[in-house]
Design a protein around this ligand. Structure first.
Ligand code: GDP
Ligand code: MG
Length: 170
């Protein structure tokens, strides 16, 4: 039968990687060129139908600034899923993403579905992080990987859809 699943999802990653833009694209189908920085965290909800279930995502879009780091556990604790976002044109953001993965592996829910999103895939000319490198990292660490663009919408719904498919059916 069809199941209703509520899933807390958290977005983590460096400032400017495009977390808020991915959420805005997924929830409202919009993109803003000068997206304002998130203060603390912002909450959104969106429902997605997959074959056998209706998943209601309760989405926490975190700020990413180091000064808000101590708040992060409030958002990832009890989360069923996380999207760790980096910017493919920014090597430091990829390093920061790996730090988040380590933190989640150490402190998060062990059954958490984790996605690594290499965002800004619409900017291949200024790419600094090879897709193959990120893919290999994701595979070694039990995440699934996609390159996304909040700007063009490429793979944005797909990340959420893939998470919805992987969530445990209770
Ligand atoms: P956050 O700090 O991780 O929430 O990042 P934002 O969503 O605020 O995005 C930071 C900046 O990158 C903004 O100016 C966005 O318009 C821009 N941005 C976000 N996603 C993309 C994308 O996929 N492609 C491009 N070209 N720019 C993006
Ligand atoms: Mg933001």
């Amino acid at each position: 039968g069809n199941k209703n699943i509520n899933a807390k999802l958290v977005l983590l990653g460096d400032v400017g990687a495009g977390k808020s833009s991915l959420v805005l694209r997924f929830v409202k189908g919009q993109f803003i060129e000068f997206q304002e920085s998130t203060i603390g965290a912002a909450f959104f909800s969106q429902t997605l139908a997959v074959n056998d279930a209706t998943v209601k995502f309760e989405i926490w879009d975190t700020a990413g600034q180091e000064r808000y780091h101590s708040l992060a556990p409030m958002y990832y604790r009890g989360a069923a899923a996380a999207i760790i976002v980096y910017d493919i044109t920014n090597q430091a953001s990829f390093e920061r993403a790996k730090k988040w993965v380590q933190e989640l592996q150490a402190q998060g829910n062990p059954n958490m579905v984790m996605a690594l999103a290499g965002n800004k895939a619409d900017l291949p000319d200024t790419r600094k992080v090879a897709a193959e490198e990120a893919q290999a990292y994701a595979q070694e660490n039990g995440l699934f990987f996609m390159e996304t663009s909040a700007k063009t919408a490429a793979n944005v719904n797909d990340v959420f859809y893939e998470i919805a498919k992987r969530l445990p059916r209770v």
